[in-house]
Design a protein. Structure first.
Length: 255
């Protein structure tokens, strides 16, 4: 037997043993998992469902953080988020604008001229909005901006009150006080308003989901490590065979 033939037989024997080893390891893994098979299938199902609820959990988390940062109630923020969505305003712009609005009002209460001028440009004084709930302050300021006819003046005024996000908020601000109230009411009818209890439950759910993903990842890591030796041999063997397969395809199909 030639040296080349021996090498070929040795390689094929090694690959055959790798396939046998892989089957054996998969069989052992299946036996070891036993009753966990059903649980793992359940995890796969939950993973698919998790993608659907993930955005909802993230939104609840964002609203909770914004509520703590601005003083807006969770329910008011979820209503206003719906109004922003209908107006084509992103949640980031809404968040940034509301945070700046709170600073503008706070500075105006302290008597800072820049903040007072921003309110003056809307035809408002600090007495018109002082002491009101933040969502009512937002509605009143939105109404004031919506009445400004000159586009350039409207943009400048919105930016003075809501910062750089003011420009992006204009489609929502243009709805005015009544328009925003209507959209908030619609959010309630559609069941899209979150409560403190719902946000807390979402936070707990998000934590539990993170633990489940970590645990599932651990199982995958263990299985990958166990199957790796056999897979390396098989993958290398396949890589060696592919060029020959390409030559055959090119020969008969003129590619």
């Amino acid at each position: 037997m030639t040296t080349t033939a021996k090498i070929k037989l040795t390689a094929e024997d090694k690959t055959s043993r790798a396939f046998t080893s892989l089957r054996g390891r998969l069989g052992k893994a299946g036996s070891a998992l036993g009753g966990l098979k059903t649980a793992l299938l359940g995890v796969a199902g939950v993973a698919g469902f998790g993608k659907l609820i993930s955005s909802g959990l993230d939104a609840a988390d964002q609203i909770d953080k914004l509520s703590k940062a601005t003083g807006f109630s969770i329910s008011a923020l979820s209503e206003l988020k719906h109004a922003a969505d209908l107006s084509g305003v992103g949640f980031t712009e809404l968040t940034t604008g509301m945070t700046k609005m709170q600073k503008t009002i706070s500075d105006a209460e302290l008597g800072l001229s820049t903040a007072k001028d921003a309110l003056d440009a809307m035809g408002l004084s600090i007495d018109d909005i002082k002491g009101l709930e933040p969502d009512r302050q937002f509605e009143i300021m939105a109404e004031a901006v919506s009445t400004i006819k000159d586009p350039t003046e409207k943009v400048a005024t919105a930016m003075r009150a809501f910062g750089r996000a003011g420009t992006k908020l204009i489609p929502m601000l243009d709805a005015g006080e009544e328009g925003i109230k209507d959209m908030r009411e619609e959010a309630k009818k559609l069941g899209g308003v979150l409560s403190k209890d719902m946000v807390d439950a979402s936070a707990d759910t998000k934590d539990a989901w993170a633990r489940l993903k970590t645990a599932a990842g651990g199982v995958v890591n263990k299985l990958t490590a166990a199957l790796a030796p056999a897979l390396i041999v098989i993958f290398n063997w396949l890589a060696e065979k592919i060029p020959a397969a390409i030559k055959i395809v090119n020969k008969y199909w003129d590619i």
